[in-house]
Design a protein around this ligand. Sequence first.
Ligand SMILES: [Fe+2]
Ligand SMILES: [Fe+2]
Length: 305
Amino acid sequence: MARSVTEWVNVTGDISIIARESGEVWFHTPNGTKEGIDPFATPMTGPGAVGSTVGLLDGAINLGFSGIEKRPARPEPTLVGYAVALVGAYHTSVDTPRNLQRAARRFNELGRPEVATYLEERAREETGHDRLALKDLRALGVPAERLVANFIPEGIKLLCKRFDDLCVQDYPIGCIGYSYCLERIAALKQKTDVEKVQALCPDGVDATRFLRSHSSLGSEAAHVEETIEFVASLPANDRIRVVQETYQSALIMAEGYNHELLKSEVEMLGEVQQAVGEALPYRHGSGPSHGEERGARPGMSGMAP
Ligand SMILES: [Fe+2]
Ligand SMILES: [Fe+2]
């Protein structure tokens, strides 16, 4: 019988993630080992397997988000928070196909047609997702084009820059880690999350097209599965870089999430109204939450491309 696969990646100076094909995952501090004998001190070189690769990828996300784990429970969503989340969704989607195609061309030049094919397929699947977010904003009565042209939430800005930078690198394999991070987090959203948002929307308004398609109800779960299988098939060096980038992207997302959590509904409404140059059809405290609740939003930073 073939030996079970163990994979490991050093993601920060002193933390490595170790994952077994059986599903076990743990974080390892290299200097915690006796007498300098550390089997994980050198980078892995062997083949991947789905069970261990998903452990590394999700371990990287958990580690990146561990800094905000102890925060109080996420507040209930509000309509304004949701509109801001849709703006973020638009910005993280609008350049995705073009960026992925660029990375695909580079992998063709590098003689890696299998990576290029995977990225081209992803680019096709992501095409038009920015328009879902725009339609949702319009459904909410927001001048969508003007809003997204004049406003990009602070946390989302860094995320978009990261993806742009990754896709123009000489060896742009990290873009797979970034995409995995965003899609995996989006796929955590359940039917109840969509229903909560639907309950906020005025009767007869369908403003959850993007959210539905970027949740466990839509294509995102399949994208995640496909990516895990693809990453597991890559050589060890590529898997290492993908996992490291998944971690970096999770850190940026967590930071953006923290940033947005600190905003009140009034502040968010102010930002949106300033961007469109007019008052919006929302009252402060619209939706089921009221007054002082801070930064209420449906996991907005998890809005994936
Ligand atoms: Fe996707
Ligand atoms: Fe998407």
